[in-house]
Design a binder for this molecule. Structure first.
Ligand code: FAD
Ligand code: MLT
Ligand code: ZN
Length: 555
């Protein structure tokens, strides 16, 4: 009885919150926050991606308007040598590309090129003078065959939302963007298998599937701009991986074009196919270094009617871990997201993004967790979630929390989590690390980093806790070599020592090509280099990325 009163009191704070909100905010909460016990009504709301479109388009629309210090990594270009084997574009090349693609597919406009040369983080800037926009696989094949014969280096580019400098040229590489290949080719309602071209924007696929009563098995903050080809090429993780697994599981087949123009048709739609090596996996996560993905076949789950989202507070990191364990045990099959952020991340979002309010304002908490459930029976889900939340309150694992009561609240909670990268960009310089770390060790790294950097930087942590994926971000007024030397190689050494991965989901790109050895054995790296050499002997595909150039030149 005593415990219950405590629970009630703690949760009651949440109900006060909304009354203090004024109207007119973009992310206005539609109703009062209702404490768990007072009203557990579960909303039948569309899935997160559907309601959260607003945050998405920001990634791109405002992508170039941040008032941040630009640091085009001149240092990277100056330490990386342009491969002298690569040719430079001539007017004959342009004439040839126009013959294949027509005028519209050959972009030389300075403004468009400036965008395509610059990455989302505004850290990397190439100097390409040419972007090609093929409309068919045949055109991709013709372009690559020609580039290979001329030894012209290329960068495959999707929505250019990558966070490791992989999607932009380092020097004058030709940019190939398959964004014009954006047709949905087929959708089978019985199997849920979607076949589409690689340039489809993730959010468009989500909307298409929503109309069909299905969802995409992946969802991420950049959905308004990123393309499925880019997602597959980075093996993007995102917010649903805990439930639907990685793209290595969901992607059933793909079509890719090799450096010499060969079209590899692996566009199967079968769940089971054990006829030898499953080569599609080479292209999932290869970051454009082995081929250009042109079509994708992907297994999509049905859209379920009951979606709930809770925004919870924990006082320490150990409680976040306990909560994860309990959520897996008690929520079982309905758990669809488990995301965390620390108080520094929340403060950053509240400071830099408009129209957001702290959902639990009565006191400051050290950690926040978003738990989403998705199921097919509202009453069943409600009962499970209610029992889980009450137990978590009673045992002190969580100290406060609110359940979203409508689409606006759902959107607002997700906006807090998905808006962190954007808020970081607004805050100044960002040193971004995307690590897989055993969950029990994860926050130790954050604390050690804080101790190392002192007041020189704001160490911010968030991520996909349910997947053991920490996003460690160091926010500072400006980029300095002094600060960088305190962060690296420490962060990589620490991760390696704990048998983690220096890239959980963003890839290696340019940023971490020469750091691969922290996560892969020398033998593995050599085999990767041999595969690269076999598929792309002239190394024209996304040079200087993924593998250290020094290893490629040896092998
Ligand atoms: P790009 O950025 O254009 O390219 C990424 C890489 O893929 C490059 O190496 C490029 O050469 C290659 N590539 C692109 N298209 C093709 C193709 N058709 N064929 C071959 N190679 C290709 N990532 C996550 O994993 N999880 C997240 O939760 C997440 N959230 C994000 C939130 C924000 C706000 C932002 C800005 C980024 C986020 N990302 C996340 C990173 C990024 O969105 C993903 O890596 C995404 O999959 C990249 O897709 P894209 O189309 O933008 O590819
Ligand atoms: C996220 O989970 O928000 C993305 O991976 C982007 C980031 O790490 O900043
Ligand atoms: Zn992420």
């Amino acid at each position: 009885m005593e415990k219950w009163r405590l629970t009630y009191r703690l949760l009651k704070h949440s109900s006060n919150f909304d009354r203090r909100l004024t109207s007119g905010h973009r992310y206005l909460f539609g109703r009062t926050f209702i404490p768990f016990k007072e009203n557990f009504r579960t909303l039948e709301c569309p899935s997160r991606s559907y309601v959260n479109g607003a945050s998405v388009s920001f990634a791109r629309v405002n992508g170039n308007s941040y008032a941040v210090q630009h640091r085009y990594l001149a240092s990277v270009a100056s330490t990386t040598q342009r491969n002298p084997d690569f040719s430079k574009i001539t007017s004959d090349d342009i004439t040839y590309f126009k013959k294949i693609l027509g005028e519209r597919g050959v972009v030389q406009d300075e403004e468009k090129l400036d965008d395509a040369n610059t990455d989302w983080m505004r850290k990397h800037k190439g100097s390409s003078k040419l972007m090609l926009q093929p409309r068919t696989t045949k055109e991709v094949s013709q372009i690559l065959k020609y580039c290979n014969s001329r030894c012209l280096a290329v960068v495959p580019q999707g929505g250019n939302t990558g966070l490791v400098g992989g999607s932009v040229p380092v020097f004058d590489e030709v940019i190939i963007n398959v964004g014009s290949m954006n047709n949905i080719l087929s959708f089978d309602k019985v199997s849920g298998i979607l076949v589409c071209e690689a340039g489809c924007i993730l959010e468009n696929l989500i909307s298409f599937l929503d109309n069909q009563g299905f969802i995409m098995p992946l969802d991420l903050g950049a959905k308004g701009s990123c393309q499925i080809g880019g997602n597959v090429s980075t093996n993007a993780g995102g917010l649903r991986l805990i439930r639907y697994g990685s793209l290595h599981g969901s992607v059933l087949g793909l079509e890719a074009v090799l450096a010499n123009g060969t079209v590899l048709d692996m566009l199967g739609t079968l769940r089971k196919d054990n006829t030898g090596y499953d080569l599609k996996h080479l292209f999932i996560g290869c970051e454009g270094s082995l081929g250009i993905v042109t079509k994708v076949s992907i297994l999509t789950p049905p859209k379920l009617s009951s979606v709930n989202l809770a925004f919870l507070a924990c006082e320490d990191y150990a409680s976040c871990q306990k909560l994860l364990l309990e959520a897996k045990r008690k929520l079982g099959e309905i758990l669809s997201a488990f995301e965390f952020l620390d108080v520094n991340a929340l403060n950053l979002v509240l400071k830099h993004l408009d129209g957001l309010r702290d959902p639990l304002p009565s006191s400051v908490h050290n950690f926040y967790v978003l738990i989403e459930t998705t199921g097919s029976m509202e009453s069943h889900d409600k009962e499970k979630l209610e029992a889980f939340l009450l137990q978590s309150m009673n045992s002190g694992i969580i100290t406060d929390g609110v359940l979203a009561q409508d689409i606006n609240q759902t959107s607002s909670f997700w906006r807090i989590r998905e808006g962190i990268p954007e808020a970081l960009m607004k805050a100044g310089a960002v040193y971004k690390y995307d690590l897989s770390v055993p969950p029990e060790k994860m926050y130790e790294l954050v604390e050690e980093m804080r101790a190392r950097l002192g007041s020189a930087a704001n160490v911010v942590a968030y991520g996909h806790l349910g997947d053991g994926n920490l996003h460690l971000n160091i926010s500072a007024p400006q980029y300095t070599d002094g600060l960088l030397s305190k962060i690296e190689p420490f962060v990589y050494e620490w991760t390696s020592k704990h048998r983690g991965s220096i890239s959980a989901e963003h890839g290696l790109g340019l940023m971490k090509a020469d750091k691969i050895h922290y996560s892969k054995s020398p033998e593995t790296v050599l085999l990767m280099a041999a595969i690269k050499k076999l598929l792309d002997p002239n190394r024209i595909l996304n040079p200087y990325k993924v593998l250290p150039p020094s290893i490629l030149s040896q092998s």
